[in-house]
Design a protein around this ligand. Structure first.
Ligand code: SAM
Length: 284
């Protein structure tokens, strides 16, 4: 079936009906273009069997396109007005698909598996831009069932997430995303498909979790690795020997650990891939 997707008139009518004034703080820019949401669903690669976690369904543009393809969508929305309206929007436009949707009123930075009625296998979301990276990392950390993600974020953040070592925009988000799996840019989206129109371009990023993880993804290990990543980039112009002195206890101890991990102490953090950070975090 094909749900009737939301166009410009429907998006404005829905917002007016419930007196929804998009807030910048919650990153509320709603997509009013059917081709864009269909493209997002296609690039995500989700199929019938997936349970999709959608963050920030808003007025339901992407939700309707997802419900056309998968049997179950769990939508996590922080705005009570939007969360309350979503089931009605779906019932009005695609009544036969209504039973496939669960809405959870919660902050996606805090949501945990116990609050969600099924184990999500894929994250597909037009993320609120100001919290996109922390939401993405939180969900990959706390929902081990997530095997893939396709997210729309601001273009600059998409570039940063998918950047390779040595690139000047390579940094904390790039390494942390790579800790969980393979990360790549998956397309661009212009400003004109949103209401209200944002000032910046958007981009798609896809993350596929490692099928066989090259290192432990458990919480304790993740925290240890992320601590050294944060330390290395906190002073990104310094050599690793200097930048990691506090983390290690002294410059000499930083040097010892770097050498033990096979890393040149005079290098900078921006040249290290995720595997090197994992080795460094694990030096005895
Ligand atoms: N998916 C819709 C679309 O494509 O039209 C809306 C996307 S809009 C960029 C971001 C949505 O995320 C808004 O509905 C906003 O209320 C919601 N949101 C913002 N912060 C959130 C958070 N921390 N947790 C869950 N939802 C959030």
């Amino acid at each position: 079936g094909q749900a009737a997707l939301l166009g410009p008139a429907e998006v404005r009518a829905l917002a007016a009906e419930f007196d929804i004034r998009p807030t910048k703080q919650l990153g509320q820019n709603f997509v009013h273009d059917g081709n864009t949401v269909r493209k997002i669903v296609a690039v995500s690669g989700v199929t019938r069997d997936d349970v999709v976690l959608e963050v920030g369904p808003g007025l339901g543009s992407l939700t309707l396109a997802l419900l056309d393809v998968v049997d179950r969508v769990v939508a996590v929305e922080i705005d009570p007005k939007l969360a309350a309206r979503l089931p009605t929007t779906v019932a009005e436009r695609a009544p036969e698909l209504s039973g496939r949707l669960d809405v959870v009123l919660e902050d996606a930075m805090k949501v945990m598996p116990s609050q969600v009625p099924a184990e999500p296998t894929a994250l597909v979301a037009n993320l609120p831009y100001n919290v996109a990276v922390p939401v993405l990392l939180h969900l990959f950390a706390e929902f081990p069932s997530l095997r893939t993600a396709l997210v729309m974020v601001q273009a600059e953040v998409a570039d940063r997430l998918a950047a390779q070592p040595g690139n000047k925009i390579y940094g904390v988000p790039s390494v942390k995303a790579c800790f969980f799996g393979r990360v790549r840019r998956a397309g661009a989206v212009g400003r004109q498909v949103f209401w209200p129109e944002p000032k910046i371009e958007s981009g798609l990023v896809r993350i596929d979790r490692f099928e066989e993880a090259p290192w432990s993804l458990d919480a304790e290990h993740r925290k240890r690795v992320f601590a050294v990543v944060d330390a290395a980039f906190a002073q990104r112009r310094k050599t690793l020997r200097a930048a990691l002195a506090t983390w290690a206890g002294s410059p000499a101890e930083a040097e010892r650990r770097l050498v033990a991990a096979g890393i040149e102490p005079s290098a900078r953090g921006e040249v290290l891939d995720a595997a090197a950070f994992v080795r460094l975090a694990n030096v005895e």
